[in-house]
Design a protein around this ligand. Structure first.
Ligand code: PGA
Length: 267
C-alpha cells in the first residue's frame, strides 16, 4: 500500500495510520510478507521476520497459512525471531509463546525448529545474560530483521518493554507490569499463575527492524492508540518510540481509532 491508497485516511508526520479492519490488515501484511519472502528467494537470500504473539496477529498467521497451503508456497528461506517469552515456564506449557508459535506459525508454515527463534522460557538465572546476548547476536548474524510484526499492550508496551523501558534497551530479562499480568490472568487460569518475569527484545532491537507493522484493533485499544499517537516519544509509553522510525505503519480499525480520529470521515 502506498500513501496514495484511498483507504489510508490520514498520516501523522511520524507514525502513519492505515485504517483497516482486522481482516484487511491481515491480508495486507500477509501479502507484504509473502512479497518480501519471494523477492529474497529470487535473490538467493533469507527473509528475516520479527514476530509477535497475542491475539492481534492471529489473523495474519491464519492468512499466511491459508495462502501457503492454497498456493503451495515455500517459506524455506524464512528465519523468524519472536519479540518475547515468559520466564519460568516449561517450553511446552500451554501459555508459552513457543507453544503458540509451534501451533499457529511454525507448523502451518513449515518453519522448522532451527529457523524459528524465541527467547528461552526455561533458562536458569545464571545463564539469562549470556542467553540474551546470544539472541541479539543471532539476529545480527541473520542480517537483521527485515519486517517486524508488532502489537501494543494496553499499557503501551511493545514486546515486553514495559513503561520505563529505555530507547536504547536491548534483549534482557524484565519484570512484567501488573497490568500485563492482569491482561494474561484469564489465559493462565488466575493471576497467581502468570509469570512475573520475561525475556524481551529491547526497544532498540525492535527499532533496528527495517520495517515495522504495528496493529491495534478494538475499542479496548482506543485509549492506548490515542495516547501513542498524541504523545512525544518517551519511556513512559514505549510505543511512542515508534514515532519517527523510517518505515513504520500503524494498522488500526475505527474502533481503536475512535470517532474523533482526524480523517476517519474521509473513508
Ligand atoms: P494482544 O497483545 O495482541 O493480545 O492485544 C498485545 C501486546 O500485549 O503486545
Amino acid at each position: 500500500m502506498t500513501a496514495a491508497n484511498p483507504m489510508m485516511s490520514t498520516e501523522t508526520p511520524s507514525l502513519p495510520v492505515f485504517v483497516r479492519t482486522p481482516s484487511q490488515a491481515a491480508e495486507d501484511i500477509a501479502a507484504e510478507i509473502l512479497e518480501l519472502v519471494a523477492s529474497r528467494a529470487r535473490a538467493g537470500r533469507c527473509a528475516v521476520l520479527g514476530l509477535a504473539t497475542g491475539r492481534t496477529p492471529l489473523e495474519i498467521y491464519a492468512v499466511l497459512a491459508r495462502r501457503v497451503r492454497e498456493e503451495r508456497l515455500s517459506l524455506a528461506n524464512v528465519v523468524t525471531f519472536n519479540l518475547d517469552e515468559f520466564l519460568g515456564l516449561a517450553p511446552a506449557h500451554p501459555q508459552s509463546f513457543r507453544r503458540y508459535m509451534c501451533e499457529r506459525v511454525f507448523g502451518p508454515l513449515g518453519i522448522e525448529g532451527e529457523r524459528g527463534h524465541l527467547p528461552a522460557s526455561d533458562v536458569s538465572d545464571a545463564h539469562t545474560e549470556a542467553h540474551c546476548r546470544a539472541y541479539e547476536r543471532a539476529i545480527a548474524e541473520a542480517g537483521g530483521i527485515d519486517l517486524q510484526v508488532l502489537g501494543i499492550g494496553s499499557n503501551g508496551h511493545i514486546g515486553f518493554n514495559e513503561p520505563g523501558s529505555a530507547r536504547d534497551s536491548r534483549t534482557r530479562v524484565v519484570e512484567l507490569a501488573d497490568s500485563t499480568r492482569r491482561d494474561a490472568a484469564a489465559a493462565f487460569g488466575g493471576l497467581e499463575r502468570v509469570p512475573r518475569r520475561a525475556i524481551t527484545m529491547g526497544v532498540a532491537t525492535i527499532l533496528d527492524a527495517r520495517r515495522i507493522r504495528v496493529l491495534a484493533f478494538g475499542a479496548h485499544k482506543r485509549d492506548i492508540v490515542r495516547r501513542t499517537l498524541e504523545s512525544t516519544p518517551g519511556s513512559a509509553l514505549p510505543a511512542t518510540f515508534l514515532h519517527g522510525h523510517g518505515d513504520v505503519r500503524l494498522y488500526a480499525d475505527l474502533e481503536a481509532l475512535g470517532t474523533g480520529f482526524q480523517g476517519a470521515s474521509s473513508r
